[in-house]
Write a protein that binds this ligand. Structure first.
Ligand code: SAH
Length: 344
């Protein structure tokens, strides 16, 4: 059975033509799907016979809310969605002044092994389908009643390690008859799978490429992020410059400040050099502590000194606010707790 939610409206139309279903029905079906119906039976303007046929030809799966947590502090909402095969993924809705941002997962688990990240602890379980990523956005909006204006691919998983499905998801998200979101409002975050940067540039999308740098030198970065081993920061910088040259779009660096690991003044100075060499914007984030990890967030004092180096250098930077701190709203921690409670 074909997964109809992973199909673009024009593909549904082509399929309907092939199967001899009336073409105008394809449009009706796409409209219902975009509304978030959970079965063909809910498509009330279709004849019963067609609805039955469609249910035989296509699968249509919607996630269920396994857990939902709302931050009392800032209204951040965290969902744990149950998928059709019993796996679970998390999605976070954050409220910013410029609009509501949904942070979605792109894989069930992750194989990148970053030392500070909870998403990677159980390894990669499987790739997520385009429909599953779309459902994260659609159902976060539907359940929360909040209009989603921005999407960040910064939940569990490495988007460039699920390239084709992520690209198809982005086309669905952007499609006027599906979610109609401008890709200028989308950030794709990567630990630096540089072999894929060219492929991404060729897609000619308007999105922002966010690179999880977290350390400006190979020694520190390879210790924290296995993805750096055998690639290296120099090669990563070159890949970023090439990307910007090809797309005309500035990349941004994510930098999680980790106590005593990447937060010294020499790190700050080298980070400035790296950012200048690429023309990158720097996003500083205090590390979220993960139960299983020995790393903790930088002290206020270290952060201040680090920020001053950036400030004095004239490099573009922002310090990200911490949202949802009271609800495990980061980096695979809710799913991790759920998996642990299932193991018991
Ligand atoms: N795999 C992609 C996207 C998912 S992670 C990537 O690596 O970019 C999204 C962001 O959260 C990355 O910048 C990641 O390094 C960061 N992150 C992971 N664990 C974190 C933690 N405990 N505290 C702060 N940021 C974390």
């Amino acid at each position: 059975m074909k997964d109809i939610l992973s199909m673009l409206p024009e593909e549904i139309l082509a399929d309907f033509r092939e199967k001899g279903f009336p073409a105008f029905r394809a449009k009706q079906v796409s409209q219902w799907l975009a509304k978030g119906v959970s079965s063909f039976d809910e498509m009330k303007n279709l004849p019963l016979e067609l609805r039955t046929r469609l249910a035989e030809e296509y699968s249509l799966y919607r996630p269920e809310v396994l857990r939902k947590q709302v931050s009392a502090k800032d209204g951040t909402i965290k969902y744990l969605w149950g998928l059709s095969d019993g796996n679970a993924v998390e999605t976070v809705v954050m409220k910013y002044r410029y609009g509501n941002t949904v942070c979605i997962s792109t894989q069930v688990g992750c194989r990148q092994g970053c030392a500070f990240c909870a998403s990677t602890i159980g390894g990669l379980v499987r790739q997520m389908e385009p429909s599953e990523m779309l459902n994260e956005v659609l159902f976060s909006q539907k359940d929360s009643g909040e209009t989603i204006s921005h999407v960040v691919l910064m939940g569990t998983g490495e988007p460039l390690d699920n390239f084709d499905n992520v690209m198809r998801f982005l086309r669905l998200l952007n499609h006027p008859e599906v979610f109609n979101l401008s890709l200028r409002h989308v950030s794709l975050s990567t630990c630096g799978i540089i072999e894929r940067f060219d492929d991404l540039a060729q897609q000619d999308l308007q999105l922002t490429l966010a690179v999880s740098l977290h350390a400006p030198d190979d020694e520190t970065r390879s210790r924290l992020m296995p993805a750096n081993r055998g690639r290296g920061v120099d090669a990563l910088m070159k890949a970023c410059r090439d990307y910007t040259e090809k797309t005309g779009r500035r990349v941004s660096f994510e930098y999680a400040m980790i106590d005593g690991v990447n937060d010294t003044l020499p790190h700050a100075k080298l980070l400035v050099e790296r950012a200048r060499s690429v023309g990158a914007h720097v996003n500083l984030i205090p590390l979220n502590h993960v139960e299983e990890s020995r790393y903790g967030p930088s002290t206020q004092g270290h952060m201040k000194a680090f920020i001053k180096v950036l400030e004095d250098s004239g490099v573009n930077y922002t310090v990200r606010r911490r949202l949802g701190g009271d609800i495990d709203a980061s980096c695979g921690q809710l799913r991790r707790k759920f998996e642990k409670s299932r193991e018991k």
